[in-house]
Ligand binder design. Structure first.
Ligand SMILES: *Cc1c(COP(=O)(O)O)cnc(C)c1O
Length: 391
């Protein structure tokens, strides 16, 4: 191979202006003993689950010369059964379900179908930092309203902003990442009512005067990535699906289900909304291996979810512990806690890393986010933090 880079003229790649100078998204992947930075379930699948998954993959492997089932209806049905059971709702079937490689891809599909040039996506900060990236990547304008001081969402502010901006998509995590704050169902109901007619004004209907343009709906996405960790009495937005054709509730197998490595996210919505996503997905986007793994794992729901109650208790204890240390901690419905506040959070984060504990710098300045691990991992985190703060 000849290496003559100095003779090759510098190319000027025609990057889209909005990605010039951007860095790839993602938390550092470091090999340290205690990893509490990306909200994974700390418990690996049991031998029984591993055996089922391996058998399903072996079976799928025999057909890998063929493209996978584009509609993956068996998996969509199994996800419907799971959701009905988990959230106590009825009436869901394969037509109401959609899935992709992580709920991140599901939300990208939503923006591909409902966003685009001339349209706007909206959320309320501080929130999940991937949302503006879906907007950027689909040439959708991005607007962020504000959460209150305590990170709750003020329903009046939310409804006013949605009515004024007329977004085609609103992204609302419940519980919110990185704060752990869930949305009361009453807030979601009020937003859904406004959203019924707050979408982009539809010029395709032939009206010439802006006042005559028919109003479309805003698609309201309730991102329930952490819903299985919600506290007693916090309902799921799935209970509102039947009355709201413009609602999409996204879920994932990455968090409570303990299958982050499998990359399987999904949503439930009215069949017409799901059909719109079927237009924009790439053909065969969900591999035969992914479908097999997800189906096999769903057959072990009870076992995989067996750790969730313990993780919830561990989370509540962690919030209390922060208070005992004289620190602020945000009440959480998720498997992580936002805590602070530190004059130099970067220094605290770095010292913890030196002690073998990896957490996340996330949220407003001064705050740090820690995922709930095994009791041993949580103990190691507490000991390290006490050492860092005592030093
Ligand atoms: C982790 C997370 C997701 C899920 O991502 P996957 O692509 O399903 O792994 C979605 N939304 C939020 C807010 C998250 O924190």
């Amino acid at each position: 191979m000849s290496t003559q880079p100095e003779t090759v003229p510098a190319a000027s790649l025609p990057l889209r202006p909005e990605i010039v100078g951007e860095e790839p998204y993602g938390a550092p992947q470091l090999d340290v003993p205690v990893q509490l930075n990306v909200n994974e379930n700390p418990y690996p699948p049991s031998d029984a689950v591993v055996a089922s998954v391996a058998a399903a993959v072996t079976e799928a492997a025999r057909g890998l010369n063929r493209y996978p089932d584009r509609e993956f209806r068996a998996l969509r049905s199994a996800l419907a059964v799971y959701l009905e059971r988990e959230a106590g709702v009825t009436g869901l079937d394969a037509d109401h379900l959609w899935a992709a490689n992580g709920s991140n891809e599901v939300m990208l599909h939503l923006l591909q179908a409902f966003g685009g040039p001339g349209r706007t996506a909206l959320s309320f900060a501080p929130t999940y930092s991937m949302y503006p990236e879906y907007a950027r990547d689909t040439s959708t304008a991005w607007v962020a309203g504000r959460r209150a001081e305590d990170f709750t969402l003020d329903a009046d502010h939310a409804c006013e902003l949605i009515a004024r901006v007329r977004p085609s998509v609103v992204l609302l995590p419940s519980p919110n990442n990185p704060t752990g704050t869930a949305l009361p169902l009453e807030t979601v109901r009020r937003i859904l009512d406004v959203a019924r007619t707050s979408g982009p004004l539809d010029g395709t209907a032939g009206a010439t005067d802006a006042a005559d343009l028919p109003a479309t709906s805003t698609v309201v996405v309730i991102d329930e990535a952490y819903a299985e960790f919600r506290r007693e009495g916090t309902p799921s937005a799935l209970t509102l699906l039947a009355d709201n054709p413009h609602l999409a509730v996204t879920r994932t197998m990455s968090k409570a289900f303990g299958m982050a490595g499998a990359r399987l996210g999904y949503l439930a919505a009215a069949p017409a909304l799901v059909d719109a996503l079927r237009i924009v997905r790439l053909p065969y986007h969900l591999s035969a291996v992914t479908q097999a793994v997800a189906l096999a794992a769903l057959a072990h729901t009870d076992e995989l979810m067996g750790q969730v109650a313990g993780l919830r208790a561990e989370r509540d204890a962690l919030v209390d512990w922060f208070a005992e240390q004289g620190l602020d901690a945000v009440p959480s419905d998720a498997n992580f806690v936002l805590f602070g506040r530190f004059a130099d959070r970067d220094a605290v984060w770095t010292r913890l890393l030196e002690l073998g504990v990896l957490i996340r710098q996330s949220g407003p300045d001064g705050w740090l986010r820690v995922s709930v691990g095994t009791p041993e991992e949580t103990a190691a985190f507490k000991a390290a933090l006490v050492e860092v703060l005592g030093a």
